[in-house]
Structure formats: C-alpha cells, structure tokens
Design a protein around this ligand. Structure first.
Ligand code: GRF
Length: 199
C-alpha cells in the first residue's frame, strides 16, 4: 500500500511509520510526506529516509478553497491508498474530503470525543481526568469527530505536567499508529456510518 503522511511539526509519529515500513512484511511504504509549513524537523526526517516531500502553506494561496484544491492535487500525484495526518495542524477542506474522505486517518492525543483540538493533553490535565490516551480515526468534516479505528488508554500521574503527560501519550500513540496502520493495510476496512470494520 502507498501511504502519504501529512505533518506540521517534529514528525515523531512519521518516524515510527518510516521505521516500520522498512520491513517489507509490513505491507506499506511512505511514498511522500507533505507539510503546511517549511523548516520543520519532520521534513528533515523524510529527506533522511529518501522520501519525497512537498509543502503547501495556507498563506501562499488566495483562499482556503485554492489551498484545499492545491493540497488535494499534490497528494493525488502520489496515488495514495491511505493518507495519515500525523500532527498535521490544518483542517482539510471539502475537495480533499471528496477525494480522500474514506482513507484519511488522523491520530489525536486524547481519548475522543473528550478534548478535541490542538491542546488535548493540556486540556485533559486541566480537567483532572485520571485516564487519557490516543485515538486513531478517519477524518470527517468536523474537528476530531470522525469514525474511530482504535484507542489506547494512558494514565495521568499525580505529578504530571503537560510535557510529561504529552510524552507518555505520544509513545503509546506511536505504537498504536504503527500497529493499526499495519492492520488496515493488510486487511482493508469499511466505514459504515461512524463505525470502522477491519476484517
Ligand atoms: C501527536 O501527538 C498528535 O496527536 C498531535 O501532535 C503530535 C504530533 O507529534 N496532534 P509528532 O510531530 O508526530 O512528533
């Protein structure tokens, strides 16, 4: 299977996928990495792995619609079977979802539907939950609302701060991402309403 990964930051989830896909038995390879900004460590990781990259900054386009169309075209060039947002901090638009809505995964650093948005661990800590985690889901038009593929629970410890909790979540999140993407590419999936079935 051909995977395109979209990123906005450090790319540690991307790295976990790059590492896993070096094993041919995994059944997939990362054929391109796209970003919404330049100068991020995740792009260096892609280059180091010999994977082609592209950058589509929102502000380089006249409108969000133009950006959506350009991003969709750039991703489509790589003929992906699966697209993974691994810390991609932009909501994609209707063009993108029309083209890829049944194969666009995102990983989020809380147990959805609790604490959507970009400050998940901070919000979970502030609320005082004792268990949080990470959610892998297919993206729909909402923010962090799509059909859930898998979740992993992570404890919140009494002396956690945002950084320690974020790191604990991220290590579980990376393992889940690698395991579940492998399962999806080997077995396929169907999305019925909000449910994802993996045979
Ligand atoms: C992940 O924890 C993801 O859930 C959040 O951003 C993080 C991305 O980290 N949205 P990285 O760039 O993969 O290191």
């Amino acid at each position: 299977a051909r995977i395109v990964v979209l990123i906005s930051g450090s790319g540690s989830n991307l790295q976990a996928l790059l590492d896993a896909t070096t094993d041919p038995a995994y059944g997939a390879r990362v054929v391109a990495v796209g970003a919404d900004r330049d100068g991020i460590a995740g792009l260096d990781r892609a280059v180091a792995a010999g994977v082609p990259t592209f950058v589509a900054p929102l502000k380089a386009y006249d409108s969000r619609e133009d950006w959506d169309r350009a991003l969709t075209a750039q991703v489509a060039e790589h003929r992906p079977d699966l697209i993974i947002s691994a810390g991609f901090l932009k909501l994609v638009g209707p063009q993108f979802l029309a083209a890829f809505g049944d194969r666009y995964l995102n990983t989020h650093n809380t147990l959805l539907p609790a604490f959507p948005g970009i400050h998940g661990p901070r919000d979970a800590l502030a609320y005082g939950v004792k268990i949080t985690g990470a959610t892998l889901f297919f993206v729909d038009a909402g923010m962090d609302t799509g059909p859930i593929v898998a979740q992993v629970a992570v404890p919140v410890l009494d002396d956690d701060d945002e950084e320690s909790l974020t790191e604990r979540i991220k290590s579980a999140e990376r393992r889940q991402l690698v395991e579940q993407v492998g399962r999806l590419v080997r077995n396929g999936w169907t999305i019925t309403g909000r449910k994802v079935t993996i045979p």
